[in-house]
Write a protein that binds this ligand. Structure first.
Ligand SMILES: NC(=O)c1ccc[n+]([C@@H]2O[C@H](COP(=O)([O-])OP(=O)(O)OC[C@H]3O[C@@H](n4cnc5c(N)ncnc54)[C@H](O)[C@@H]3O)[C@@H](O)[C@H]2O)c1
Ligand SMILES: O=P(O)(O)OC[C@@H](O)[C@@H](O)[C@H](O)[C@H](O)CO
Length: 327
């Protein structure tokens, strides 16, 4: 499944299921389910009842330990739904949750994308997407009912995708978010235009080298600094018109794994991760809703209301940002 960070409906800080009204209705009622937790629980109940054999549930979302997170979501949702012990035992014995790392820049489809696809194909393809040439898929090999030979198409099958995932979330997605917030504030429409701002590439190299690289143990044989350089080359691709405000959306859901984990790990080892702090500060400025030139910026975030309240309450008191209980 690839359903975005917010569809998991879990508190990013605690990892606990956040049963809003729609999730609660799905998990406790018998109407057609509309939420991800509801669909998963209903599907697993049906599969257990039919004794249809083991299955792997594969998360391809940009979340830390996405397999473990999905496992936690399913376990908590089954519990919330009051699922009979026999079904819980069936899930425990028959369902796996392999972790993955998926990497390919694929911006949202626009009318220009569809027009280009029509020119190239000679027919209208409403499902066309634009994508960069690069692709990488790392998958934990835990499929109780077998799997396609994805390695034949270049996928890396591994016992533990964790170090690949941290590499990508921190050195690619963290840098992406930096470009999104700093670029949007400077009035730049796309990631490539943001990267072309004076001093931006040099700043991002220092972010990777001084803050990100020392925050985790990378996959064997991988240099985080070289990986960061290759990421900047990919972001410079002007044909990929990835909009800064698309990458900037849902910051409350993305920043923990992209930037806050880097800050926490560097702080724990006594460092002062100032470039990461700059990215966080850029997000704080971004959510105030205006570019540096005073043009409006959208706040598209599941916590938008809470952020707006905190901004209104903290207009004259910067302390609001440093005391979570008042946020
Ligand atoms: N686009 C990329 O470059 C890229 C690359 C690697 C990983 N990813 C990850 O893949 C995931 C999807 O990204 P995308 O670019 O395809 O996004 P998208 O916005 O194009 O698609 C998101 C999908 O999730 C569904 N969705 C959104 N909110 C939901 C909710 N509350 N409940 C259920 N479904 C919901 C939408 O209906 C849509 O089908 C994200 O987690 C992203 O981080 C994206
Ligand atoms: O898809 P999102 O909205 O979670 O994040 C936007 C981008 O950072 C992301 O999609 C990257 O392009 C992708 O992760 C590259 O593999």
């Amino acid at each position: 499944m690839t359903v975005t960070e917010k569809a998991y409906q879990m508190d990013p800080a605690t990892g606990r299921l956040r049963p809003d009204a729609a999730v609660a209705a799905d998990l406790t009622g018998d109407g057609p389910p509309a939420t991800v937790p509801g669909l998963l629980v209903r599907g697993l109940l049906a599969r257990a009842a039919a004794d249809a054999g083991p299955i792997a549930l594969l998360s391809c979302d940009n979340l830390p330990s996405n397999g473990k997170r999905l496992h936690g979501l399913v376990t908590q949702a089954l519990e919330y739904a009051g699922t009979p012990g026999a079904v819980v035992d069936w899930v425990r014995g028959n369902v796996t949750f392999p972790g993955t790392m998926v990497d390919r820049i694929v911006p949202a489809t626009t009318t220009e994308t569809l027009a280009a696809a029509q020119r190239a194909l000679g027919v209208a393809d409403l499902a066309a997407v634009a994508a960069e040439p690069y692709r990488q898929w790392v998958i934990e090999d835990a499929f109780p009912a077998g799997r396609p030979a994805w390695e034949r198409a270049g996928a890396v099958l591994t016992d533990d995708a964790g170090s690949w995932e941290r590499l990508k979330l921190r050195a690619l997605n963290g840098v992406h978010s930096a470009l999104a917030y700093l670029g949007a504030l400077a009035g730049r429409e796309t990631i490539a235009e943001a990267l072309a701002l004076p001093g931006m590439a040099a700043m991002l190299r220092r972010f990777v080298a001084e803050d990100v690289a020392g925050s985790f143990v990378p996959p064997e044989g991988v240099s985080v600094v070289e990986y960061g350089d290759s990421v900047l080359e990919r972001f410079a691709n002007a044909a990929i018109r990835h909009r800064t405000i698309q990458v900037a959306m849902d910051g409350s859901q993305k920043l923990p794994q992209r930037v806050l984990h880097t800050l926490i790990d560097r702080r724990a080892s006594g460092a002062s991760p100032r470039w990461g702090a700059l990215v966080l500060a850029a997000w704080m400025r971004f959510v105030q809703g205006e570019t540096d030139a005073g043009q409006p910026l959208p706040l598209d975030d599941p916590l938008a209301e809470r952020i707006r309240k905190a901004l209104a309450a903290g207009r004259d008191t910067p302390r609001v940002w440093s005391t979570p209980s008042s946020a």
